[in-house]
Design a binder for this molecule. Structure first.
Ligand SMILES: [Zn+2]
Length: 189
């Protein structure tokens, strides 16, 4: 990632807006903004995916649904470069492996920390968990507010809900209902 180039770009944005970048309030803006994009907003583009800690399912151990709610989603809309923020509910039904529950949060955060489209983000989290956990089923529901909707366009907030279900969480009615009931805004889908 080229921080100098990002900084140069933000300087051009400010100049394009007709602002004087020698103004004390703006002098550091391009540098600080570039640093924020490098360090945090687009960190998922430069950091390796989080290493997931897996545990074998022991003999006799339950193989029911494992889910985590209220996972913060902080991402940047790929179309307008404005944030979208919300929560994810992630669940899986294990086959041979379980993972540390915080790993689910880390995968969401890694996939979100870049330019994203909410539908693609939802799919990417599902694909990552399928690849690493090889579960019987996996599901992700994201509910998020898009600032590109809030600040421009229709100019109101609104919650966008996306879901992606695979394996038994897609095919088994009872499991699907059990999982979807956990996701804010998605019950009854
Ligand atoms: Zn947008």
């Amino acid at each position: 990632m080229d921080v100098a180039k990002i900084e140069e770009g933000f300087r051009k944005v400010l100049e394009g807006l007709g602002l004087d970048i020698r103004d004390p309030a703006l002098r550091e803006s391009a540098r600080l903004t570039a640093q924020a994009w490098h360090d945090e907003l687009a960190a998922g583009l430069r950091l390796p995916p989080p290493a997931m800690k897996l545990f074998p399912v022991e003999e006799g151990q339950s193989r029911g649904l494992v889910a985590l709610q209220d996972i913060p989603v902080k991402s940047i809309c790929a179309h307008h470069l404005l944030p979208f923020v919300g929560v994810a509910t992630v669940g899986y039904v294990p086959e041979a492996s379980l993972c540390g529950i915080s790993n689910l949060s880390r995968v969401v955060d890694h996939c979100a920390r870049r330019l994203q489209v909410q539908e693609a983000l939802t799919d990417e989290i599902v694909r990552t968990l399928q690849r690493v956990l090889r579960p019987r089923g996996v599901g992700v529901v994201i509910q998020a507010t898009h600032f590109c909707m809030h600040l421009r366009g229709v100019n109101h907030p609104g919650q966008m809900i996306t879901s992606a279900l695979k394996g038994c969480l897609q095919d088994d009615d009872a499991l699907r209902r059990e999982f979807m009931a956990l996701a804010p805004g998605a019950a009854g889908r």
